[in-house]
Design a protein around this ligand. Sequence first.
Ligand code: MTE
Length: 336
Amino acid sequence: MIINKLADIRTSEITPEHIYLARRDFMRGTIASGLLGAATLSSSNVFADSSYSAAENANKGPEWLNQKIAQAKADQQKLTESLTPYDSVTGHNNFYEFGYDKTDPAKKSQNFKPHPWQVEITGAVGKPGKYNLEDLLKGIDLEERVYRLRCVEAWSMVIPWVGFSLASLLKRFEPDSKAQYVSFVTLKDAKQFPEQKSVLSTIDWPYREGLRIDEAMHPLTILAVGLYGKTLPNQNGAPLRLVVPWKYGFKSIKSIVKIELSEHQPQTTWNQIAPAEYGFYANVNPTVDHPRWTQARERRLPSGLFSPNIIPTQMFNGYAEQVASLYKDQDLKKYY
Ligand code: MTE
């Protein structure tokens, strides 16, 4: 991973974000006043389709998923930071299967097919199997989670995800006593991911990530299927991606096809490529610098070349109160 210091993100605010914010406030108000037990707005009432570009409309998910997303419960935790505009969240991405420039994923993922989709759950579980995404999500209620995303390259965003706790999914497959780690694998399909057929690629595809079981079961850890009240755009990891908000963004693996529970710590993509730079834990930590740059600060997007929006990085990305106890006996300089 390289730092793209010169990336000049457009600062224009776009319509979908305003509509989204209005909807979010409306849902909050509705819940607060107890008029509805749960927010069950139909998104079509609030999101005027004419507000979206043709590419976004083409990117709409199947009806069953749109309906589930429309019924997602609003996040009750209020983050004080403002949301990163939709066009930065979906226009400045790392998804190396589509290329190495920040704009490649948005440009080159438009023909990617995230539906139909299957996910295999395997390893140390009582009920292994391969499931259609729709079956996997049956009985799971979605919720909005507004999280900070801090990339190891020192840029960050605040994103309103729509998803569900990974723990709620894993428990259904009855992990056994050997389940000490969980690994995740992205789709391998060179026809859809141009970089997977490149002979110059340094990545041994497919992209892989992993967590310790207590990290995977932590209530902050989610699998996301949407953002900004809509299905995940392809460039953000459609149809299903991990989000672990207290860890550097590279842990949040996209377009997952396999989840494996195991006794031993799994191999992970960036740790394999450069173990001295990217640890297995990858907890956001302003006191442990990357060998080539400081991790004490970050560039909160949108951030222009002439008006950089630099803010201090927080321990565990601001989630220390919830997660520091997971690492109480660990030397975080050693287990970075
Ligand atoms: N997942 C896959 N399969 N391939 C990738 O290249 N990049 C990671 C992570 N997940 C990546 C991935 C990195 S480095 C980051 S910072 C986040 O995705 C970026 O997520 P975003 O593009 O939605 O902001």
